[in-house]
Write a protein that binds this ligand. Structure first.
Ligand SMILES: Cc1cc2nc3c(=O)[nH]c(=O)nc-3n(C[C@H](O)[C@H](O)[C@H](O)COP(=O)(O)O)c2cc1C
Ligand code: SF4
Ligand code: SF4
Length: 395
């Protein structure tokens, strides 16, 4: 029988698709709604002992050709304290009874180590199955310390140790991508006692400038700040970080920019044991995942997988150093002339971007003497009708 069950850090999930600790998780009712839409669970909005004031407005969309591809936010973290979550934890315990949904709590204590320990004990007492340690938030009630911890190997290890020591349930560290070496930081988190990592939080960014005023965006009454950027355009960075952590044998919940069931599979093939979805829910609602489980099941049946563990990490062994790739000559584009609409984008791209070798796509006419086999023509083709093939008869 094909199913989506996964064991992540010793905890059973009915599906690996989780709602990340994000603004759609205003309270436990939202986690319930998400689970009813198809999520395997949700990580609580980060719980802290301190309160934080979000600027208004705080979001700025980033678009490309009118499509929303990312969002910059200046307010990232909750003002929840454990007291206001008491009733929410009751809802989560009920959800565990009715739907078998594990409880994952996100906490932050900034640079105050005692706070991490206290919070970890508190959320464990409320029934948490996993505790996510948020050392990565750039907008944190403890000031910049959220991010400062995640950018510092030693501090990350310390937080991991302080929290893991006082609880029996597994802890995971939520990492920031704003570092040069995420692997060393992951290893330190594991050395400290965490059982895995979540990768990643948000990329520090400046989303734009209003050219009429020169104001940075998001424009908070004339000023702005570097802030948290996420959404589909960060996915390649999330995939890379997930893969490099998984290559070290570290359990990882992978995410950043997931907006489709295919993206979820990509992350699992790159080594993720569970995946998380944030912005896609903010933009499209929880129903965005409604058919993902079914689609993933169909995919598994079609490709002959009976469990997700069979595809987990399968891509890792195919990622190698640049110099170890197969350097094959005689690689050329081949146009499916039936599907070509003669828009000539490939011609322009090749002419101005590389070697002026794509002559007449409608006739699959390529100057093979000049063509360097780069695939730029394939990248820009709106029809997807160019393939790169090895043709030993040419040259
Ligand atoms: C508005 C907003 C609020 C967020 N709040 C939190 C938070 O409280 N705790 C946390 O760990 N991450 C928080 N995040 C980060 C997300 O959980 C997630 O790591 C990030 O958005 C990347 O995933 P995505 O590209 O699917 O959105 C927040 C992100 C956004 C945009
Ligand atoms: S593969 Fe590169 S060089 Fe060859 S036709 Fe396409 S864009 Fe031009
Ligand atoms: S970009 Fe694609 S569709 Fe357009 S002319 Fe080239 S091959 Fe044809």
């Amino acid at each position: 029988m094909v199913d989506l069950n996964v064991d992540f850090l010793g905890v059973e999930f009915k599906t690996p698709i989780l709602l990340s600790s994000d603004s759609p998780i205003l309270n436990a009712d939202h986690i319930k709604m998400a689970v009813e839409a198809g999520f395997g669970g949700g990580i609580t909005k980060t719980i802290s002992h301190k309160k934080f004031n979000d600027p208004k407005p705080r979001f700025q969309g980033v678009t490309s050709k009118n499509r929303l591809i990312g969002m910059h936010t200046l307010g990232n973290i909750s003002t929840y304290d454990p007291e206001s979550w008491k009733k929410d934890f009751k809802t989560l315990r009920d959800l565990k009874k009715t739907h078998g949904t594990p409880i994952i709590s996100s906490i932050t204590g900034g640079l105050e180590m005692d706070d991490w320990a206290k919070l970890a004990r508190e959320v464990e007492a409320e029934g948490s199955d996993i505790i996510e340690l948020n050392v990565s938030c750039s907008h944190n009630p403890y000031g910049k310390s959220g991010q400062i911890i995640g950018q510092d190997q030693k501090l990350t290890g310390e937080v991991s140790k302080v929290a893991a020591e006082v609880v029996d349930v597994p802890t995971i560290i939520k990492l920031t991508p704003n570092v040069t070496d995420i692997v060393s930081i992951s290893k330190e988190a594991i050395k400290g006692g965490s059982k895995g990592v979540s990768a990643f939080a948000t990329v520090l960014a400046l989303s734009g400038v209003d050219i009429a005023t020169g104001n940075p965006l998001p424009d908070v009454w004339g000023k702005s700040a570097f802030g948290s950027y996420s959404g589909p355009s960060v996915r390649p960075i999330g995939l890379k970080m997930t893969a490099e952590i998984a290559m070290e044998g570290i359990d990882v919940s992978g995410f950043g920019g997931i907006e489709s069931w295919e993206n979820a599979i990509e992350y699992m093939m790159a080594g993720a044991g569970t995946v998380q979805v944030g912005e896609a829910c903010m933009w499209h609602g929880f129903d965005v995942v409604k058919d993902w489980n079914e689609k993933i099941l169909n995919f598994m049946k079609e490709y002959g997988y009976s469990s997700l563990s069979e595809l987990k990490g399968m891509t890792l062994q195919k990622i190698t150093d640049l110099e170890k790739l197969d350097y094959i000559n005689n690689v050329y584009p081949e146009v499916d002339t039936e599907r070509c609409i003669d828009c000539r984008r490939c011609v322009t791209a090749c002419k101005d971007g590389v070697t002026d070798s794509m002559k007449n796509p409608k006739l699959n006419d390529v100057d093979y003497d000049k063509c360097v086999g780069c695939a730029l023509c394939k990248v820009v083709c709106p029809q997807g009708c160019i393939s790169m093939i090895i043709n030993k008869d040419i040259k």
